[in-house]
Design a protein around this ligand. Sequence first.
Ligand code: FES
Ligand code: FES
Length: 156
Amino acid sequence: MKQVIQVTINGKPRQDEVEPRLLLVHYLRDVVGLTGTHIGCETSICGACTVLLNGVAVKSCTILTVQANNGEVVTIEGLATDGKLHPVQEGFWERHGLQCGFCTPGMIMAGVQILQRNPNPTEEQIREGLEGNLCRCTGYQHIVEAIQYAAQKMRT
Ligand code: FES
Ligand code: FES
């Protein structure tokens, strides 16, 4: 039986009837139409589906939509404000963190979480913070530099 949920997504409240088994990533992409959150492994390994739920980075492929009831979700589409990129997005642009592109939304959301927890992380702390997000194309160097760029920008 479907359940009614209320959730605020990128600052906008909405109400939907969903199956209890519907995963958050499928809700965001197929019901809400926010396809910036990508699906990679669907088993909580790659991090492509990372979003913020009540301020915490979660893998939306392993969260049920009903678990977000009365909560607040931020996706990659919700980061820019008034047409201005979030500093982490800007860092990915400026420091070539975009690379393959598929993992980028999840990496950016993880980057936002890293800087929320620690505005001045070391390179090692950034790499630790990215442990749940797989990049198979390079050694993460540009992604780390993108987050360092954002950290500096957010502190000044
Ligand atoms: S799709 Fe969710 S962690 Fe890979
Ligand atoms: S950024 Fe996607 S595999 Fe490296």
